[in-house]
Write a protein that binds this ligand. Structure first.
Ligand code: HEC
Length: 304
């Protein structure tokens, strides 16, 4: 059958460079996105690392309290006295009204104890010189707000569909994947993208859907990886990867290694490593270890 398109491997070098540059930039972007997920959502339950709890807290929230209360009993505990904290919590439970904020003296406590850090100049933490900012933290912790979800949803839908537009377009010039599978690989990210966004909203309503977030995210990543790797291989390593097969590539790698690391060179470096480690061991035994031991001995003698 006649080809209806130019296969990736037959494109001109400038086009290959363009495609590769784009794929590399987008690939690095993907890695940064993963790091960001780890540091924002990953910390939601107070522990490092991603878990289903993180996803539930991020989207559904911790419905048994307010953020302000949770913090006053947690990482902000040291910033106010027992009595002041009690006063603030009392005010929250009474409805956190502006009038009472001023009359009950909570405003003074916040000014005295909190705006030291929580002010206009501080970045990344809320500015308590604005009442509305403080007030916002006295609502039930319902996770992501509808307005933030709306914002992130449309940014994700527009932005990510663009990324997959070009990754898919580049991949559509590949020739090693059968047409039906190509259609699946190209269409899948869009299905997963919509499922991913939908799953955030569903998780906001019911924490059960946190699993769908994980599933959709993994599916999107898998399609991305597959298209990325296939495109790069076909452009630059077609001969090795698809004609002469990986075995041949492996053989070439081994041959190259063998040529660089000849037996003689290997023996020499082995000997070098041996003498070096021998020397290090002697230094450790005769100088470092006694020195450290001496430090500890000094430390444990009573002062006086
Ligand atoms: C020494 C500086 C400092 C002081 C004083 C301080 N905070 Fe904080 N606050 C921080 C930092 C840093 C964070 C972010 C890290 C964290 O969440 O623990 C934070 C976070 C918070 C958060 C969470 C904000 C969010 O959006 O998740 C709340 C609520 C809070 N502080 C309340 C208070 C209150 C109330 C006081 C006064 C009693 C106070 N803080 C005093 C430094 C301070």
């Amino acid at each position: 059958m006649a080809q209806k398109y130019i296969p990736l491997k037959d494109h001109d070098a400038p086009i290959k460079v363009l495609f590769t540059g784009y794929l590399c930039a987008v690939g690095i972007g993907y890695l940064f996105a993963l790091v960001q997920i780890l540091f924002t959502h990953g910390m939601a339950d107070g522990k490092f690392g991603l878990s289903i709890d993180d996803i539930v807290y991020s989207y559904y929230g911790n419905r048994s309290g307010t953020v302000l209360e949770t913090k006053l009993n947690g990482s902000m505990k040291e910033n106010a006295t027992e009595k002041q904290r009690f006063q603030i919590i009392q005010w929250i439970r009474d409805g956190a009204e502006l009038e009472e904020y001023k009359s009950s003296g909570v405003e003074k406590i916040i000014e005295e104890r909190c705006t030291l850090c929580h002010n206009k100049e501080a970045s990344g933490i809320p500015d308590f010189s604005k009442f509305e900012t403080l007030k916002a933290l006295t609502a039930e912790d319902e996770g992501a707000t509808f307005s933030s979800l709306t914002r992130v949803s449309h940014i994700h839908l527009f932005g990510i569909s663009f990324i997959f537009m070009f990754v898919g377009l580049i991949f559509s010039f590949s020739e090693t994947t059968a047409t039906p599978f190509k259609c699946i690989a190209i269409g899948m990210p869009y299905v997963f993208l919509i499922a991913d966004i939908l799953s955030w909203w569903l998780t906001k309503i019911n924490p059960m859907f946190a699993w769908l977030v994980v599933f959709a995210g993994t599916g999107m990543g898998a399609s991305f990886m597959f298209m990325w790797v296939t495109s790069i291989l076909e452009m630059w390593l077609y001969q090795y990867a698809y004609v002469e097969e990986w075995g041949v590539l492996g053989q070439k790698v081994r041959e190259t290694f063998a040529a660089i690391f000849t037996q003689e060179r290997r023996d020499r470096s082995k000997a070098l490593v041996q003498t070096l480690s021998q020397k290090l061991l002697t230094v450790w035994k005769e100088q470092l270890y006694p020195a450290i031991k001496g430090l500890f001995a000094k430390d444990s003698t009573p002062k006086g």
